[in-house]
Design a protein around this ligand. Structure first.
Ligand SMILES: [Zn+2]
Ligand SMILES: [Zn+2]
Length: 83
C-alpha cells in the first residue's frame, strides 16, 4: 500500500492524499508537480527513476488506511545541476 507521504521532499509543500499534484517514484519519493517538472524534469533525484502522478485515495478509505504523517524533506537533492 502506498504511504501517501504528506509533503514534497523539495519544497515541503503540503500534498494531501486527495491532491492531484503529487508525483512519486517507485520508492515513493514524493514531490509536488512544480518541482517534479521544473526542477527534476521527471526524474527522482534519490533513485533516478521516473516520476508519475500519485493516485488519490478516496476519503472513505482513509479512515482505515490512513496516509503517512511522516514528513520527509531533502531539498539538497532538488537543486538543478547547473552549479
Ligand atoms: Zn515541491
Ligand atoms: Zn526515488
Amino acid at each position: 500500500m502506498l504511504e501517501l507521504r504528506p509533503n514534497c521532499e523539495c519544497c515541503d509543500k503540503d500534498l494531501p492524499p486527495c491532491s492531484a499534484d503529487a508525483m512519486i517514484c517507485s520508492f515513493e519519493c514524493t514531490f509536488c508537480r512544480d518541482c517534479a517538472e521544473a526542477k527534476l524534469h521527471g526524474r527522482c533525484p534519490n533513485c533516478g527513476g521516473n516520476l508519475v502522478p500519485r493516485p488519490t485515495r478516496p476519503v472513505e478509505k482513509l479512515a482505515n488506511n490512513p496516509a503517512s504523517m511522516l514528513r520527509k524533506l531533502k531539498p539538497e537533492g532538488c537543486v538543478t545541476a547547473t552549479r
